[in-house]
Design a protein around this ligand. Structure first.
Ligand code: ADP
Length: 369
């Protein structure tokens, strides 16, 4: 068993572009760490450097107690599952799974035992004699995982392994990989651009942007306390609504105000908000905290006033797109009870719940409270 430690790791491509910039990250033994971020943020490059498929420009990477900077991929005791599965089309499923073990000169009986046991775990025993083209997308994906688990490596690396599957299969495989992680008790690093995968699978999540780590924490801590507006907007669907406004003094109170919102700043926020009195600030609130039935306020106080533009019934709840403009230019979204009676064009006064709302600095975009 082994953890993985990245210390000051950089990857600079020709032309001086930092694909990965001073990454410091500790993946604990047996942890499932998800690297997540938008396309081009450097997550695959980070994973490929751990695998040894990409050279490190500077820094060190350790697997267990061993620095692996100069260790070739085959000697790192890792197994990687790729986005395109990288199966051999002319070999059977059995041979695809056995191939890596044969190269390493495992005894035949051991190979057979490992392949059949992995196939049973993954539910593909009946496919062992087929070629990849005779498999569904989900089955191919399982073969790719099977080929990794027969090796019983110290660390599994997954590079967007579910992105070629349809939505339903993705959800199914997501839970299967989580179960596999529990069963194998092995360290896993999982790369995805999909925040739902990150939230649902990760013991911890590492959010990246432009080659730089933004935040590393458990999914719920990141959801509840994003360090900046980027993380707030990236984790959670629909994303947190971020509004620009000003802090105004009103007697002994402070009020956050813009064209749609006028709210008295809660006691606990006063100290932080004080420094922004008569200045701009960013106010972030999640869609489920707008228009929640239990947050009823008299006379429209502590409310967001906006017109309904689009109504999206999701079944268990309804998304309302409102004409209050957010910092990224998109409509504000509220998640309300599916049975709430609303019409397009209607002007609503929706109460806000502050427990999970935040203030951010408009310059640095960092969280204030
Ligand atoms: P992600 O996996 O998050 O989508 P990557 O790690 O693939 O991002 O890429 C990070 C950045 O490095 C991107 O800006 C990408 O264009 C750049 N990059 C990746 N591979 C190369 C390469 N071989 N040469 C030059 N730039 C590259």
């Amino acid at each position: 068993m082994a953890g993985v430690v990245l210390k000051d790791v950089c990857k600079v491509y020709d032309g001086g572009v930092y694909a990965v910039n001073r990454v410091n990250l500790e993946i604990r033994d047996r942890e499932l760490m998800v690297l997540v971020g938008p396309s081009g943020c450097g997550k695959s490059t980070t994973l490929r450097m751990v695998a040894g498929l990409e050279e490190i420009s500077s820094g060190t990477i350790s697997i267990g107690s061993r620095v692996v900077n100069n260790v070739p991929p085959k000697d790192r005791d890792i197994a990687m599952v790729f986005q395109n599965y990288a199966l051999y089309p002319h070999k059977t499923v059995y041979e695809n799974m056995a191939f890596g073990l044969r190269l390493r000169r495992f005894p035949k009986a051991d190979i057979d035992r490992r392949v059949r046991s992995a196939a049973a775990v993954l539910g593909i025993s009946e496919c062992l004699d087929r070629k990849p083209k005779a498999l569904s997308g989900g089955q191919r994906q399982r073969v790719a995982v099977g080929r990794a688990i027969v090796r019983k490596p110290e660390v599994f690396l997954f590079d967007e392994p579910l992105s070629n599957l349809d939505a339903k299969m993705r959800v199914q495989m997501r839970t299967e990989i989580s179960k596999l992680h529990t069963r194998l008790e092995t360290t896993m690093i999982y790369v995805t651009h999909d925040q739902t995968e990150a939230m649902t699978m990760g013991d911890r999540i590492c959010v990246m942007k432009d080659g730089v780590i933004q935040q590393v924490d458990t999914p719920l801590n990141i959801y509840d306390r994003p360090v900046n507006t980027f993380v707030a907007g990236f984790i959670g669907t629909p994303p947190m609504n971020i509004f620009r406004g000003v802090i105004q003094r009103k007697g002994s109170q402070l009020v956050f105000r813009n064209s749609n919102i006028s709210v008295t700043v809660p006691e606990g926020w006063k100290e932080a908000a004080q420094k922004y009195a008569e200045r701009e600030i960013l106010f972030g609130i999640r869609p489920e905290d707008i228009g929640a039935e239990e947050a009823v306020h008299p006379e429209g106080e502590q409310c967001l006033m906006a017109k309904v533009e689009v109504i999206e019934p999701m079944g268990a709840e309804t998304y309302l797109y409102l004409d209050a403009v957010t910092e990224n230019g998109a409509s504000c979204i509220a998640r309300v009870d599916a049975h709430k009676q609303v019409k397009v064009g209607e002007m609503l006064s929706l109460p806000l719940r502050f427990d999970n709302a935040h203030l951010f600095d408009p310059e640095s975009t960092g969280i204030l409270v």
